[in-house]
Design a protein around this ligand. Structure first.
Ligand code: ZN
Length: 132
C-alpha cells in the first residue's frame, strides 16, 4: 500500500512539473510574440493596428453614406413612380387608364378628353356626333 501511495505521489509530481514547464514555455512564447509585435509597431508605425482600425471605421462610414445615397435614390424612384401614377388619365371612351403623355387628346366643351388609341378617339367623336 505504501508503495502504491509513493508511486501515486511521484506521478502527481511529474504531472505538476510537466504542467509547470508547459505553462512556462507558453508564457515565454507569448512574451516573445508580444515583443515582436511591439517591435513591428515601432518599426512600421503605418502598419500598426490603430490606423487599420481607423481605415475600417472610415470604410464603414463610407458604406453607410453609400447606403444612405441608395435609399435617397430609391425614394426618388418612388417619387417618379408616384408622379407617373398621378399623370395617368382615364380613357373617356373605353375607360382604360393611360399615361397622359401617350394619350390621344381632343378638346370637348373646354375640357380635354384622353384616349388610349386613335380608334377610341374616333369612336368617341362619332358617338358625340350621333348624340347631337
Ligand atoms: Zn380606349
Amino acid at each position: 500500500m505504501d508503495d502504491f501511495i509513493s508511486t501515486f505521489i511521484r506521478i502527481t509530481i511529474i504531472i505538476l512539473l510537466v504542467r509547470t514547464v508547459v505553462s512556462l514555455i507558453t508564457s515565454f512564447v507569448v512574451t516573445r510574440k508580444m515583443r515582436k509585435a511591439q517591435q513591428d509597431t515601432r518599426q512600421n508605425p503605418e502598419q500598426s493596428s490603430a490606423p487599420l482600425n481607423r481605415d475600417s471605421l472610415e470604410q464603414t462610414r463610407r458604406e453607410q453614406l453609400m447606403s444612405m445615397e441608395l435609399e435617397g435614390f430609391r425614394e426618388k424612384k418612388e417619387e417618379t413612380a408616384n408622379r407617373t401614377v398621378r399623370d395617368l388619365v382615364k380613357d373617356d371612351y373605353c375607360g382604360k387608364l393611360i399615361e397622359k403623355s401617350k394619350s390621344y387628346i381632343i378638346r370637348d366643351h373646354e375640357q380635354y378628353r384622353h384616349f388610349c388609341s386613335w380608334e377610341c378617339r374616333r369612336n368617341y367623336i362619332e358617338a358625340m356626333g350621333s348624340e347631337g
